[in-house]
Design a protein around this ligand. Structure first.
Ligand SMILES: NC(=O)c1ccc[n+]([C@@H]2O[C@H](COP(=O)([O-])OP(=O)(O)OC[C@H]3O[C@@H](n4cnc5c(N)ncnc54)[C@H](OP(=O)(O)O)[C@@H]3O)[C@@H](O)[C@H]2O)c1
Length: 298
């Protein structure tokens, strides 16, 4: 009798034990899955972040005349967003110290610098050659270098028009011709950007003539013409072209002017507008950025 009872208890015990082990294993499996899923999510997030980083780091931007003023502000903006930079100016010491500052501030990006006088065709071409020897692709070209010599057509020194046409127009024309074939090449890399973009730093003086604008205004009208022709030619080639037309912006060009700094725009305003235009989807292009001080032109 007791033997039969023992067997029953034993059976019950075994069933109960088995059930407990089953529930334990099931919950363990669930927790394990949960943990794995959590880890997967973390990994996935990290992977997305890495991908974003790599994607951004992959992009290469050329900015001419980048040691001061608007060019420098644009370089800082794109560096902070993780883009590699190729910069130029005429002063080698300024370029050297800029490279050092950027290396400390933005250690994850590559910064190429080369002393270049953008008013000289041969130097423009050797700058392009230098950049293309380092980079297989160029995503953004910012033709910013420019010079402002006030004057009037009948009063300005002989050669004023020529020198400003050289710096403000031919610089952009020859650099674009040298870089564009590389920008037009389709990259096989999945990480390559489909947001190729050329910016041309025109001016309010590209749109209206004003007293003492002289040859500067003529050269900037011409640059806007170049930019519009380029926009037309690049429409079906997937390269966006933007003309930037800033009004008075605080920079070296305004040194010594008897005005409060707040009357003018900040170079960073132009940099933010440039960045904003780039961030649009690849199906949209900001053709012109016209940006003035709140109180209007000077
Ligand atoms: N500031 C304004 O109010 C204003 C308004 C409308 C348009 N813009 C346009 O914006 C652009 C930048 O002007 P900014 O006011 O920022 O000028 P900025 O403060 O005088 O700086 C000019 C930059 O370009 C470089 N540069 C000048 N001539 C060059 C040349 N021949 N080759 C290579 N680099 C050269 C300068 O360095 P190096 O001297 O060492 O060469 C410097 O890095 C210009 O195209 C200008 O016409 C300015």
């Amino acid at each position: 009798m007791f033997a039969v009872m023992d067997k029953k208890w034993l059976k019950l015990g075994l069933t109960l034990g088995g059930f407990i082990i089953f529930v334990y294993l099931l919950s363990d499996l669930f927790l394990l899955n949960h943990a794995t899923e959590k880890r997967y999510l973390i990994d996935k997030k990290t992977t997305i972040e890495n991908f974003k980083k790599n994607k951004t780091y992959f992009m290469n931007v050329i900015i001419t005349g980048a040691t001061k003023g608007i060019g420098l502000a644009i370089a800082e903006k794109f560096a902070a967003e993780g883009f590699n930079l190729a910069l130029n100016a005429r002063n080698a010491d300024d370029l050297k110290s800029l490279k050092k500052t950027f290396a400390e501030k933005f250690p994850n990006i590559e910064v190429l610098v080369k002393k270049t006088d953008m008013s000289k065709k041969t130097q423009v071409q050797s700058f392009a050659k230098f950049v293309l020897s380092k980079w297989k692709t160029v995503d953004i070209l910012i033709n910013n270098a420019g010079v402002f010599l006030p004057g009037e057509i009948t009063k300005e020194a002989d050669g004023t028009l020529e020198s400003q046409i050289n710096t403000n127009l031919y610089s952009a024309y020859y650099l674009t011709r040298a870089i564009l074939p590389t920008m037009l090449k389709k990259s096989r890399s999945k990480k390559a950007s489909n947001k190729k973009h050329i910016f041309n730093m025109c001016s309010i003086a590209s749109q209206i003539a004003y007293p003492n604008g002289g040859s500067y205004s003529i050269s900037k009208f011409a640059l806007l013409g170049f930019s519009k022709v380029l926009r037309e030619e690049m429409k079906d080639k997937g390269i966006r072209v933007t003309s930037i037309l800033p009004g008075a912006t605080w920079s070296n060009s305004w040194a010594g002017v008897d005005l409060p700094q707040s009357r003018l725009m900040l170079a960073s305003d132009i940099a933010n507008a440039t960045w904003g235009a780039w961030t649009m989807s690849s199906s949209a292009v900001v053709e012109d950025i016209v940006i003035r001080p709140q109180l209007g032109d000077l």
